[in-house]
Design a protein around this ligand. Structure first.
Ligand code: GMT
Length: 380
């Protein structure tokens, strides 16, 4: 197939999923055309089937905000036409799904039919999309997509609850490349961070409020009073300054390191004993899946779709959002040397279920069915 993928090119989960999906599809022989405003962060592989089309956002003194959606729609029209695409797969409803609808209508006037698949990733529904300033457009563009997928049952439920959706929503979970995300031998790194055999806790996120990084630090602070431990915080974002201040206030600075944005997160995960994800909202929790693939158990909240991934008492524990006391007790349980090897093994076994080789055929099949169905509809 000849497929156009539209996504946010940044470090966010939706961009990562879109890019990894495109890379994997290209290895299967499909031609993949990424359409974004800058080179996707994870687009680190090049082969004859991968193409990148940059959206050119023109600004004029008259515009306070450059109209990205229009530039994107125009780019989609051009790429569909000149590359003879079979399908557009847009990741994140805002503004990708509505821009795709506009592109589809323009192409229709020119006698070209292009099916559109929209994948909902989470914040496009649970945070931004629900806002009255976007809701009508989000509802419309989901209903006008030829195929819709969501990354968890919980996100599907939330979408159906908050929007008037007439379309079927197919759940296709996030996936992992186990070739890249696997436990590597990084003992020298562990030795440098934990010279006295301390346990290593890790959190990775974009440090937004919904990630509740303060709970990570509070749980860690309690844990280290009982078990010698260190904490590595990977990523960056709006809450980082506040979190650094919290560490000073709790006097944990000696044991906490802020690593900032890191490309090779799997190297850090390879030496971790516990991954923390206490999020307020999380449609799937790709970062937790990456940890599990590196044999790291997960202590998480019960937000959104996380319990569909992290199995309570098996791959880690699932606690109420904000319940720092229970989280601390559960962290200590996982870190107990008698329990840790079992949790690690089970985390890896669960991650294997989400191996990209299991999920890719589901997407390919969904594409085929969407193309067939939309052809029938377009002829009516
Ligand atoms: O988690 C984030 O803040 C980034 C966000 C995004 O929109 O890129 O990630 C969302 O999509 C990921 C891929 O499908 C999911 O694994 C994350 O759980 C989801 N984040 C939230 O729902 C907060």
């Amino acid at each position: 197939m000849n497929i156009g993928i539209v996504c946010y090119p940044t470090f966010g989960g939706s961009g990562v999923v879109a890019t990894e999906l495109g890379k994997a599809l290209s290895k299967q022989g499909h031609k993949i055309h990424f359409i974004t405003y800058s080179q996707p962060t994870r687009l680190d592989l090049f082969n004859e089937n991968l193409f990148y089309h940059e959206v050119d956002i023109k600004s004029y003194p008259l515009f306070e905000h450059a109209p990205y959606e229009l530039a994107l729609a125009s780019k989609m029209v051009n790429v569909v036409k000149f590359e003879a695409l079979d399908l557009l797969h847009v990741h994140y409803a805002i503004p990708h799904a509505s821009a795709a609808y506009m592109a589809k209508q323009i192409l229709r006037e020119q006698g070209i039919h292009i099916p559109v698949v929209t994948t909902l990733h989470g914040t496009d529904i649970t945070l931004v999309g629900k806002d009255p300033s976007y809701e009508p457009v989000v509802t419309f563009s989901i209903n006008k997509s030829d195929g819709v997928t969501a990354v968890s049952e919980d996100l599907k439920k939330d979408t159906l609850k908050h929007f008037e959706i007439k379309n079927h929503i197919e759940v296709i979970p996030n996936f992992i490349d186990l070739e890249r995300f696997k436990k590597q031998k990084k003992e020298h790194f562990k030795q440098a961070i934990c010279p006295h055999g301390e346990k290593l806790l890790v959190h990775t996120s974009n440090f937004r409020k919904v990630k509740r990084v303060d709970d990570v630090i509070r749980v860690f602070n309690e844990v280290r009073h009982i078990v010698p431990a260190k904490l590595l915080l990977v990523g960056d974002g709006p809450e980082r300054d506040k979190m650094e201040r919290l560490c000073r206030q709790l006097d944990t600075c000696e044991d906490v390191r802020f690593l900032g944005k890191l490309e090779a997160v799997e190297e850090v995960l390879s030496v971790a004993d516990l991954f923390l994800m206490p999020s307020e909202k999380e449609s799937f929790g790709l970062a937790a899946l990456e940890a599990m693939a590196c044999e790291v158990p997960v202590l998480s909240s019960n937000a959104g779709g996380i319990p569909e991934l992290n199995l309570d008492g098996i791959t880690g524990y699932v606690c109420e959002i904000g319940d720092v006391e229970t989280m601390t007790a559960r962290a200590l349980d996982i870190l107990d040397d008698r329990n840790l090897p079992g949790f690690k093994k089970q985390a890896l076994a669960r991650a294997k279920e989400f191996d990209i080789s299991n999920i890719l055929p589901i997407y390919e099949d969904f594409y085929k069915k969407t193309i067939e169905r939309s052809l029938v509809t377009s002829m009516r």
